[in-house]
Design a protein around this ligand. Structure first.
Ligand SMILES: Cc1cc2nc3c(=O)[nH]c(=O)nc-3n(C[C@H](O)[C@H](O)[C@H](O)COP(=O)(O)OP(=O)(O)OC[C@H]3O[C@@H](n4cnc5c(N)ncnc54)[C@H](O)[C@@H]3O)c2cc1C
Length: 195
């Protein structure tokens, strides 16, 4: 999270990117009592997640945690604390809590019984609405103003936002039609933020 100066309200959090990372962060912050707004440049949230579900959404692997952790190779050292905090069985329980039954397929892959991601996403978005999370599509984040405000391009024109804190969940750089913004790493480096 990065902080901007002179926030409008100390409980206002901006999450940029309505993919799985941004949505799970928004839910966690919403549970914590923050007022959360999620911004995304596309016309609807989680487009990559929905595309991922087209050929069968592989949610996780069902296997011993120590074996599972070996899948991450050199990244394990960085990711292990997060995975131990939210291990595969917790993910399955979370999915189950959203009304999506799962099954273990070949090679220990775990899929929703419906195979696709859309029913899960609908239930997830509905829960976020219940938590008071606002999702604003068609908001392309373009960087920071000199005063620290976030700047967005929207169909109504440029917009400035001054949250107490910002969480960037901008995703990877492949598949531009699913929302990849190749400019964001340089935008962060330009603001002397390590990528
Ligand atoms: C074909 C395909 C199949 C896949 N299959 C699976 C699978 O079976 N299982 C699995 O676990 N994973 C799968 N994946 C990978 C999975 O979809 C990604 O790992 C996941 O979506 C990453 O989530 P994220 O929130 O980090 O990023 P994303 O889902 O990419 O979300 C990032 C969001 O940020 C928004 N954004 C970016 N820049 C800006 C900006 N400047 N302003 C505003 N918004 C911005 C984007 O529009 C996007 O909505 C698949 C991916 C693809 C393409």
């Amino acid at each position: 999270m990065t902080e901007t100066s002179a926030p409008s309200n100390t409980s206002d959090i901006a999450v940029i990117g309505a993919g799985p990372a941004g949505l799970i962060a928004a839910g966690t912050l919403g549970h914590g009592g923050y007022r959360v707004t999620v911004y995304d440049q596309l016309t609807s949230p989680a487009r990559r997640f929905l595309m991922a579900g087209r050929g069968g959404l592989n949610l996780i692997h069902a296997e011993e945690l120590d074996t599972f952790l070996t899948r991450y190779g050199a990244a394990r050292i960085r990711l292990e604390p997060a995975i131990r905090t939210f291990p595969p069985e917790a993910l399955r329980a979370w999915v189950d809590g959203l009304g999506t039954e799962t099954f273990v397929g070949s090679s220990h892959h775990v899929f929703p019984k419906a195979m696709k991601g859309s029913p899960l996403l609908r239930a997830w978005l509905s829960r976020l609405t219940d938590l008071g999370v606002t999702i604003l599509p068609r908001h392309r984040w373009t960087g920071w103003e000199e005063d620290g405000a976030l700047s967005f391009e929207t169909p109504e024109g440029p917009k400035k936002v001054r949250p107490a804190a910002t969480l960037l969940a901008l995703g990877g750089l492949s598949w531009s039609k699913l929302g990849a913004d190749p400019a964001w790493p340089d935008r962060l480096r330009g603001a002397v933020i390590e990528v």
